[in-house]
Write a protein that binds this ligand. Structure first.
Ligand SMILES: Cc1ncc(COP(=O)(O)O)c(C=O)c1O
Length: 358
């Protein structure tokens, strides 16, 4: 068989979970709950659902608007940016890939934290670049250590703020300090997939550096608080010259027409965002309280998931799975998405039953 180049065959593919119905069939269980992918447990805005059900039959035979004109106009108004400072992606995931293919030449290096969102290193390696992974410190990005790994070959630096899987954030002071040391031939990608959930007033405003004309690409998504993960739509904000280069690499029809329509409505529905945040905050307080009383370590989160360092994460993951609770094993921890109140209660009840300890 034909062989892929070495940098591709060395890659380990992203392991998606099995469909929930299939898992239930295999394990002989029912009514399982998915707390594994940091989705919005209340689903999307009803207005977004109405937008895609109304009249979609009329448009499915047509290609989508490749420029995403109406969605970009809506985003530009909301964010006070120009439409040509925006790029839409098939999820923010695709924008990570496009950024790498645009700005990283084979042999270039990209710095990122570990553990952080796995797609950064996969995209860099698939692009023939070298991923330099820098351990977190106290579960947070260690900007000093990341800067120490920068070499003349470094072209890119990834920051997930808040970080996945730990839910931690970096402050304004930290980001300002980092940006002061970034060379003009480097791009900083600030991935803000969970930005809408952040409650901490010290959270870094990345727009400050975008407005100052720096080499920064800010990524956001409709997959998390907006509840549209299945439609695959996200966006990036950067200087128009950065966006123009990325548009050369972007597939012409990368975001579909239903996703564009739903996203426009989702943006307008402030009530849905407020409700989603409230459910998350209440769930967070409940889980903190219960985990503390069970003596289970958990890292304070700015996102919609909680990182719990445990002794044997695979074992706990499997036991939870057999009890119909799907979480994400993450090396020395499990990551649980904050769910609906009844889902959180069931999670805690099961931890108690299983006598889980840190
Ligand atoms: C930090 C981070 N960035 C990006 C993504 C990808 O989101 P999207 O669904 O927009 O591709 C995720 C999804 O889990 C994430 O955790």
């Amino acid at each position: 068989m034909i062989k892929a180049p070495e940098h591709i065959s060395a890659l380990r593919p992203y392991m998606p979970g099995k469909p929930i119905e299939e898992l239930e069939r295999e394990l002989g269980i029912k009514n399982s709950i998915k707390l594994a992918s940091n989705e919005n447990p209340i689903g999307p805005s009803p207005a977004a659902v109405r937008a895609i059900t109304a009249g979609f039959k009329k448009t499915l035979n047509r290609y989508p608007d490749g420029s995403g004109y109406y969605l970009k106009t809506a985003l530009a108004g909301k964010l006070s940016v120009k439409p040509d400072e925006l790029i839409l992606g098939n999820g923010s995931n695709e924008l990570i890939d496009i950024a790498v293919r645009t700005f990283l030449a084979p042999g270039d290096e990209a710095v990122m934290a570990h553990p952080s969102f796995v797609v950064y290193s996969m995209a860099v390696q698939a692009g023939g670049g070298k991923a330099i992974q820098v351990p977190l410190r106290d579960y947070r990005h260690d900007f000093g250590a990341m800067l120490n790994t920068v070499t003349p070959k470094t072209k890119m630096l990834f920051i997930a703020n808040p970080n996945n899987p730990t839910g931690t954030m970096n402050t304004q002071e930290e980001l300002d300090g980092l940006m002061a040391k970034i060379r003009d031939n480097m791009l900083v990608i600030v991935d803000e997939a969970y930005y809408e959930y952040v409650m901490n007033s010290g959270y870094a405003d990345s727009f400050k550096h975008f407005r100052a004309g720096r080499n920064i690409l800010i990524l956001r998504t409709f997959s998390k608080i907006y509840g549209l993960a299945g439609l695959r739509i996200g966006y990036g904000i950067a200087h128009q010259e950065i966006i123009a280069e990325m548009n050369k690499v972007r597939p012409p029809f990368n975001t579909n027409s239903l996703a564009q329509k739903a996203a426009i409505e989702a943006l307008k529905d402030k009530g849905h965002i407020k409700k989603s945040k409230e459910i998350n905050n209440k769930g967070k307080s409940y889980l903190y309280k219960e985990l503390s009383s069970l003596g289970i370590r958990h890292v304070p989160t700015e996102a919609n998931f909680i990182y719990m360092p445990v002794a044997d994460s695979m074992d706990i993951y499997k036991k939870l799975l057999h009890n119909g609770i799907i979480v994400r094993p993450m090396g020395p921890a499990i990551r649980v998405t904050i769910g609906l109140p009844e889902e959180n209660r069931r999670f805690i009840k099961t931890l108690k039953k299983l006598r889980v300890k840190s």
